[in-house]
Write a protein that binds this ligand. Structure first.
Ligand SMILES: Nc1nc2c(ncn2[C@@H]2O[C@H](COP(=O)(O)OP(=O)(O)OP(=O)(O)O)[C@@H](O)[C@H]2O)c(=O)[nH]1
Ligand SMILES: [Mg+2]
Length: 494
């Protein structure tokens, strides 16, 4: 039964964990009518990461389990308790994994063990009302919601990272050569298409350590899907050199070393992109007497084409030393001319596409004003629309960013539709310049008049209130400073 054990292309759905909600809570104590806000922050959602692991050679695990999600952050709680962060999830991928989005666009290429990328960041946790308190907004009756983690569909494609690629007809002896040159033990047999997946071997020669990969045999018409087709050629795309392994012992009609070479070169040309790779020719099976003669016969022609030619036998190991040194030399000079990339730990953080680099944009589309930008869109996601005060807070944030001024400048009229965000995530407002949503609660924007001095209070009450206010303002300041690192973006304008 054919069970796929090597999978070199998969589609994967990844999503970061959701951030926990911040909590609106008020500290209650006997004889203190209004304690300070003490709602804690939600924890951040866990990220989903991809990391190159030398021990992983296939993408098969993802084939079986294509949905992966980071852990959710916990919600905050009263008494200044912050929710814990969600666990991040690290997915181990083979060296040479190419990552693309669902439109087929390149995201990143993961090369070198330890290289990692945060592919789906977790959502930010929402701030609790304690962290949202300020001199002006002493007791916020709302908190920010946690945000959903980033969610995306990606394809992972394995392109083997090898220094040398062996190409040739089926049964030419490619896998036998890898076995003879390295400790790898690929399947070898006297029927064509024995190799269904690339084999990788590590070779040490002349003080150089390098890797050699073979690919399933090619035949004429591979570019039209004959045999195993072209699919596997992507595994030699990263190679510094290609070695033509030519079977000098074949008795098949129409086959001889020069014709074989031309056919393979033609298929490589159809595939494209490999023109600039150094070529070496390994005339194999020279342990067979007839083969030795044929090899001697074609050498001059091959050399006349500018090719380096090696007579070898994977069976007797004749000529392997010379071949392995020739390969080492090419690898050496390639490495010397390529700047050393820091492959140990590259951390990429793909950015959300909308509004990167600027605060916001406003477009007039179908009679509506559409606002886009990372901050406004994030702020909308953080807003609890069931809470008027939270909506007022959103209005304040937008105005401080200059959204209202800009809308007026562009000619927006009261009552116009204002849309923030795109498609399913969009939120529509009526434009109401100078009138804050939630105005019935808030006096001047952002000021909570439940806390304003009130003539009916006695002087003693007033002193007590003042005392309490000072206390929790001081507390809130200390807390905000402590958390400003973790929440640098979220509270940058509070
Ligand atoms: N006599 C002799 N036989 C060889 C030599 N190298 C390989 N063979 C034989 O040729 C047959 C095919 O060898 P493989 O190494 O499987 O060939 P391959 O190029 O990997 O073939 P595919 O995987 O089908 O593309 C096997 O029966 C090997 O034993 C050699 O140097 N001398
Ligand atoms: Mg093989």
């Amino acid at each position: 039964m054919a069970i796929p054990t090597f999978v070199d292309k998969v589609t994967l759905h990844v999503s970061g964990g959701s951030g926990g909600n911040g909590i609106a809570s008020v500290h209650r104590e006997k004889f203190k009518p209004l304690g300070g806000p003490d709602g804690g922050n939600g924890g951040h959602g866990g990220d989903v990461l991809l990391r190159v692991d030398a021990a992983v050679t296939t993408l098969i695990d993802f084939h079986h389990e294509p949905h992966r999600k980071g852990g959710n952050g916990a919600h905050g709680a009263g008494g200044h308790r912050n929710g814990g962060n969600g666990d991040s999830l690290t997915l181990h991928v083979p060296d040479g994994t190419v990552v693309r989005n669902d439109r087929g666009e390149f995201i990143t290429d993961l090369i070198g063990p330890g290289t990692e990328v945060v592919i789906a960041p977790g959502g930010r946790g929402g701030l609790g009302n304690a962290a949202l308190a300020s001199a002006k907004r002493k007791a916020p009756g709302f908190a920010l919601k946690g945000e959903a983690g980033e969610e995306l569909t990606i394809t992972l494609e394995l392109k083997v990272v090898a220094d040398i690629g062996l190409v040739g007809f089926p049964s030419a002896g490619k896998s036998s050569l890898i076995a003879a040159l390295s400790r790898a033990r690929p399947k070898i047999a006297d029927y064509p298409f024995t190799t269904l997946v690339p084999n990788l071997g590590v070779v040490v020669a002349g003080g150089t350590t390098y890797t050699v990969a073979d690919v399933p045999g090619l035949i004429e018409g591979a570019s039209e899907g004959k045999g195993l087709g072209h699919d596997f050629l992507r595994h030699v795309e990263r190679c510094a050199a290609l070695v033509h392994v030519i079977d000098c012992a074949t008795v098949e009609p129409g086959r001889d070393p020069l014709t074989d070479l031309d056919i393979i070169e033609n298929e490589l040309a159809q595939y494209g992109g490999l023109e600039d790779r150094v070529r070496i020719v390994a005339l194999n099976k020279t342990d067979v007497p007839d083969a030795k003669e044929i090899a001697a016969f074609v050498r001059a022609d091959l050399e006349a084409r500018g090719l380096e030619v090696y007579d070898v036998s994977a069976a007797s190991h004749a000529g392997l030393r010379e071949l392995s040194f020739a390969m080492a030399e090419i690898v050496q000079s390639k490495r010397a001319s390529t700047p050393v990339a820091d492959v140990t730990r590259i951390i990429l953080r793909p950015q959300a596409e909308a509004g990167v680099g600027r605060e916001f944009t406003i477009d007039h589309e179908d009679g509506r004003w559409v606002i886009r930008g990372e901050k406004p869109m994030r702020w909308v996601r953080q807003t609890d629309f069931a809470n008027d005060e939270a909506i007022g807070f959103l209005g304040d944030r937008l105005n401080r960013l200059g959204v209202e001024d800009h809308l007026i400048k562009l000619g927006a009229q009261a009552g116009d539709d204002i849309v923030i965000g795109d498609d399913e995530d969009a939120v529509v407002f009526d434009f109401a310049p100078d009138v804050t949503a939630g105005a019935e609660i808030l006096g001047r924007r952002g000021e909570d008049n439940r806390l304003e001095p009130n003539d009916r209070r006695t002087n003693k009450q007033r002193r007590e209130d003042l005392e309490a206010t000072r206390l929790y303002e001081a507390e809130a300041r200390v807390r905000r400073e402590a958390e400003s690192n973790a929440f640098e973006d979220a509270d940058d304008d509070l």
